[in-house]
Write a protein that binds this ligand. Sequence first.
Ligand SMILES: NC(=O)c1ccc[n+]([C@@H]2O[C@H](COP(=O)([O-])OP(=O)(O)OC[C@H]3O[C@@H](n4cnc5c(N)ncnc54)[C@H](O)[C@@H]3O)[C@@H](O)[C@H]2O)c1
Length: 670
Amino acid sequence: MELNQFQQSILNGIPDTLPALKDYDPGINHAPKRKAILSEQEKKLALRNALRYFPEHLHASLAPEFALELEKYGRIYMYRYRPDYKIFARSINDFPHKSRQAAAIMLMLSNNLDDAVAQHPHELITYGGNGAVFQNWAQYLLTMQYLATMTDEQTLVLYSGHPMGLFPSHKDAPRVIVTNGMVIPNYSKPDDWERFNAMGVSQYGQMTAGSFMYIGPQGIVHGTTITVLNAARMHSKPGETAAGKLFVTSGLGGMSGAQPKAAVIAGVVGVVAEVNPKAAVKRHEQGWVDELHSDLDELIVRIKKAVANKEAISLAYLGNIVDLWEKLAEENIHVDLGSDQTSLHNPWAGGYYPVGYSYEDSNRMMAEEPEKFKLAVRESLKRHVAAINKLTSQGMYFFDYGNAFMLEAGRAGAEIFKNDGTFRYPSYVQDIMGPMCFDYGFGPFRWVCASSDPSDLSLTDRIAAEILEQMYKEAPQEIKNQISDNLTWIKQAEQNKLVVGSQARILYADAEGRIRIAEAFNKAIAEGKLKGPVVLGRDHHDVSGTDSPFRETSNIYDGSSFTADMAIHNVIGDSFRGATWVSIHNGGGVGWGEVINGGFGMVLDGSDDADRRLKNMLFWDVNNGISRRAWARNKEALFAIKRAMEVEPRLKVTIPSIADDSIIDGAFSK
Ligand SMILES: NC(=O)c1ccc[n+]([C@@H]2O[C@H](COP(=O)([O-])OP(=O)(O)OC[C@H]3O[C@@H](n4cnc5c(N)ncnc54)[C@H](O)[C@@H]3O)[C@@H](O)[C@H]2O)c1
């Protein structure tokens, strides 16, 4: 399609006449059929709701078609209205616009719906099975039309994908405000989501899906690399590097598939078990895992050689992780780091394959003999934990990777508890990401080059590396490692070929790092060194944006981890300090009703306004969370917030007095 035809389609919005019916493309990965949950009355309501987007003369034609979609797929996606042009992150200049900021937002949301990036693109799902950008194609068409015609004196309001409209505002206001899945707290059970979503009134935005900030698998590779590096460091002698350390884990699926690549970037020997040969072969073909092994004896020989030679290498074991752990324990192999990324958040329907059964037998059993399958999973988890316990007693460091491993192992009766009833092993946020990153303000700073030109990304990599190099020289000892890890990462990023979709990059930085890198990008745009604007953002796995008691805020120990004030304050604060768009979501990562998370996007265009906004907003976006973590008495956050107050005299944060344990204990014994 010609560029001007694409632009005209965007400007047309929802067409007045019926577009041609679309075939259901079996070559595309489609969302599963959603469970039928609506009553007959509610089905009529869903249909009435869907027809609101179309002129009355089309209702008689569309009603039976949409009713059929609801029956067949559990949702009304309005497939007929999926555009004929290819959706992807084109250059910002290709999107019709009156506001450059709005054009950047079109680029970002197009990336989230690109066939090459999105998990179920025709159902407008970006990742995680249900992370939606919009609920239906009418919302997409209308939103693109609003974005193409709006000015910098207006703000677009999106309610769970529905564009409520353009409202007058001003040039410093966000161009778009996104809310996803916000419901009255008592109505936040998974079935509530199913019902509201089927009626077309709410959606699950996950984290970066509904906030237009998804950048493909790069984000998870980076996060996993940082986790492995820090885990290795925690268990190293002074002066020792990660080289020659052995990291054993499982899973080569969606997120878990990042583990072997991360292990190699971190410089360790990574061994990952995967029962599904298709998943393992796919990762091998992609170059994300170096070698495939199906014979345990041969694998042990290879592991010993790799460790002795300090190779940075990833080895996949085509088999069950329990067999691998038991073999390692039996052979008395010293394992430095251990984890697990089977999908234990979904144990009975394919998330975890029990030891002793072939992959095919397990698949048959879970459908035909579900009770027998449950028993097999429980037995397997007991053996799984027993082997891990043996290796940890010999010095291995094991951590839970946010996949409900310990929760399900505990429910299965495995020996995963300490005497006081708490889990034997820490979660990766409690031990690693929380105290080493979030409490110091280090988090997932990301950017996208809106020219969509790889040479712009290359230049931003070099600029970021220069800034980190300067910062490393000046930084206090407490944060030097974080800076140097990210320096190594950014220097290798281009050669590691991490881009899928938009020209995007991620690294972890603290408030100072994020501000200094952003300032340098803005200057390079003003000087014409970069060909187009740069969009800043982050994912929600960060210091301030997310209240999630089982993940991001699991290292908050003052009893406030089930409150969500921080996330709400964060999005409000970002919105009046210069964000180009903001989002706040119920759910994401750990599930609907389990987390409140917010994000932002900020367009840098080389202007003085952009320079003012970035300093103001990024400072808040990081220090808000540090102050809350400091108030929770986290030592690292206290260090970071005191340092921030020295740099910025206008920052005055309430600092906790730390009560002595003997005074507290004594007070109750009287
Ligand atoms: N990587 C992260 O940063 C991160 C963060 C939070 C949570 N998680 C969690 O990690 C889990 C994995 O995520 P995913 O997207 O990779 O899921 P996925 O289902 O795509 O992959 C899991 C893989 O584990 C394999 N597997 C299952 N049982 C096995 C066994 N006994 N032995 C060997 N292999 C086995 C499966 O075949 C599958 O390929 C999820 O529960 C997710 O919520 C990951």
